[in-house]
Ligand binder design. Structure first.
Ligand code: 8YV
Length: 320
């Protein structure tokens, strides 16, 4: 049996349904009874960025062999425990890199140029009363990227096409990178106009965007988050936006999804998206094909398509 933890993709769900005895965790009202009846038949878990496999779930499934995540981020999977229990883990790298990087650029443009706000301006009939306000030029602005993994590099390449100088922070300098390295997030924030979160969420990167970083980014700076909500101290970000201590933010992720701080709803200097970084038909189908391919490989005793190398030491960033 395969346990799916989160309604994520009809395409994936349909395929899994035809191939396996599929259990949908979100439809189960009485989990203890369900586990008593079926736990011993469940050999695989399919999770995603919001619902993975924590120690409690792993312990409730004595025959679990593999966790196949419909995501590149694995912060909802207890990787150390999977290693300890000999459970294999797979994710969906590469196929979503373009979409997430495209959306990061989209957030930069829509935040600096007020694209969403000006759309509302026209729809609200306000143009008849006068021109929309002047906004902020994007091309040529300094872009600072936290995490120079696959997604970070893809964002950098796109921003270079807009003549943006690129700088980055990561735990260690990348000797082969041509981009300017800053040894701390605070120094990166002080050195750029647009600060982008593109690193994995680990204990080390939780709240990597805090009051000090936001103050360093300053009243002309913009924050773009296409990583995870908990990368940011959200109450600190809300007050920085309300008090205009930073110029604006483009956010695709939040600390307590799908709940978004309502103080943000009335602000014109923030763009709010519902975690759609990889949310295109093409990419989600490609991700589903990876999940399906990994499960088929596992059960047919063939090499996994995208295995996650365990153990991940607490400081190793799985580069998105
Ligand atoms: C997930 C994500 O794919 O890949 C990740 O880490 O955050 C998203 O792209 C999405 O949450 C799947 O439901």
């Amino acid at each position: 049996g395969v346990l799916m933890t989160f309604p994520m993709s009809t395409y994936l769900e349909q395929h899994l349904d035809t191939r396996y005895n599929l259990f949908r965790l979100w439809t189960i009202p009485d989990r203890p009874t369900f586990l008593k009846q079926h736990a011993s038949s469940i050999r695989a878990v399919v999770g995603n960025a919001n619902a993975g496999a924590d120690k409690e779930l792993i312990d409730s499934l004595p025959c679990l062999e593999i966790v196949s995540s419909f995501s590149v981020g694995l912060d909802k999977v207890d990787l150390g425990y999977c290693k300890e229990k000999g459970i294999r883990v797979t994710n969906t790298p590469d196929v979503l890199t373009d979409d997430v990087a495209d959306l990061a650029i989209g957030l930069m443009l829509s935040t600096l140029r007020g694209i969403c706000e000006s759309d509302r301006y026209v729809r609200g009939g306000l143009w008849k009363k006068g021109d929309f306000k002047l906004t902020t030029k994007f091309s040529g602005k300094k872009v600072g990227i936290i995490g120079l993994g696959r997604i970070g590099v893809a964002i950098a390449k796109r921003a270079e096409a807009f003549n943006c100088p690129i700088s980055y922070y990561s735990r260690s300098q990348k000797p082969d990178s041509k981009y300017k390295y800053l040894p701390s997030v605070v120094e990166l924030a002080a050195d750029c106009d647009i600060l982008v979160v593109a690193c994995p969420l680990t204990e080390e990167t939780r709240h990597i965007i805090n009051r000090e970083v936001l103050d360093a980014l300053g009243p002309k700076g913009f924050l773009i988050n296409i990583g995870r909500g908990p990368h940011v101290d959200e109450p600190e970000l809300v007050s920085a936006l309300v008090e205009r201590r930073i110029a604006g933010a483009g956010l695709d992720v939040f600390e307590n999804e799908p709940h978004v701080p309502e103080e943000l709803f009335g602000l014109d200097n923030v763009v709010l998206l519902p975690h759609v970084g990889s949310g295109t038909v093409e990419t989600r189908n490609a991700m589903a094909d990876l999940v399906i391919g990994n499960l088929e490989a596992h059960f047919n005793k063939k090499p996994l398509l995208t295995p996650v190398q365990l153990p991940i030491c607490p400081h190793t960033c799985l580069f998105y």
